[in-house]
Design a binder for this molecule. Structure first.
Ligand SMILES: Nc1ncnc2c1ncn2[C@@H]1O[C@H](COP(=O)(O)OP(=O)(O)O)[C@@H](O)[C@H]1O
Ligand SMILES: [Mg+2]
Length: 235
């Protein structure tokens, strides 16, 4: 079957700085895939390139077989790719509801909003509160909720566990599992290897702008050496 999202040999620069040096990866319909790598490896740049925020100099990005590489970011989002950027990027002075509305395609998707409140009950009681007054976990929930309101077929999550207490990390795992059960594809950028292994079926490791390893969760079960080699961590 055709991949839902296919990244083909993308080369992305910031000015003269050659950051993505030929990245290829794919996510199938309904699949949860993790992209791991040390700080500075190019994970965020990969997501930004997929979203059309930065254009690659070479290579292309196919979504449902359509070449989305030339599209501006708002069009990529409309095609069905939801993006939760690193650091959440909310509108801090706007209320929770106003932040959610920026993710709504049209006024009439109240049903979708109810689904979101099932997923994140805490947001429902805070609709008129300013985003800046939410806790870290609530801000992360709001950021994911806003992306879900665009009704994406795939969700790109950039380090969603950063700064979350362990209890909220488990809550986020449940949210990802629920979305997965409902058939949503997810590309998760993570620094917490155990978290990535607990939710993703397949994992990619990035080193210095390239994909250095790809494997299924099962492939990685007894490969501590892979984690140590590519991430420099002992998990
Ligand atoms: N806006 C930018 N301008 C110039 N260089 C950048 C910019 N953003 C990131 N970089 C550089 O690109 C490389 C990859 O960064 P990034 O994609 O953020 O990595 P990661 O998300 O894996 O930590 C790093 O060397 C970083 O310093
Ligand atoms: Mg990053």
């Amino acid at each position: 079957m055709m991949a839902l999202l296919k990244v083909e040999d993308i080369h992305t620069y910031y000015g003269d700085s050659y950051v993505l040096q030929g990245v290829s990866l794919e996510v199938k319909r309904g699949e949860v895939v993790a992209l791991l790598g040390r700080n500075g490896a190019g994970k965020t740049t990969t997501l930004r390139t997929i979203m059309g925020i930065i254009k690659p100099r070479r290579g292309k990005i196919l979504f449902k077989g359509v070449d989305i590489t030339p599209m501006p970011a708002f069009k990529v989002a409309r095609m069905g790719i939801g993006y939760v950027p690193q650091g959440r990027r909310l509108f801090p002075e706007m209320t929770v509801l106003e932040n959610l509305k920026t993710g709504m395609r049209k006024k009439g998707n109240g049903d979708k909003l109810d689904e979101i409140f099932d997923l994140f009950p805490a947001l429902k009681d805070r609709l008129s509160q300013k985003a800046s007054t939410l806790s870290g976990g609530e801000q992360q929930a709001l950021s994911i909720a806003r992306a879900l309101l665009t009704e994406p077929e795939i969700l790109l999550l950039d380090e969603p566990t950063t700064g979350l207490m362990p209890l909220l990390v488990s809550r986020l795992r449940e949210v990802i599992e629920k979305l997965h059960e409902d058939g949503m594809a997810i590309l998760l950028v993570e620094e917490k290897v155990p978290f990535a292994l607990s939710v993703a079926e397949r994992l990619y490791f990035m080193v210095k702008g390239k994909i250095a390893y790809e494997g299924s969760r099962r492939d990685l079960e007894d490969k501590r050496d892979v984690f140590i080699r590519y991430l420099g961590v002992k998990n």
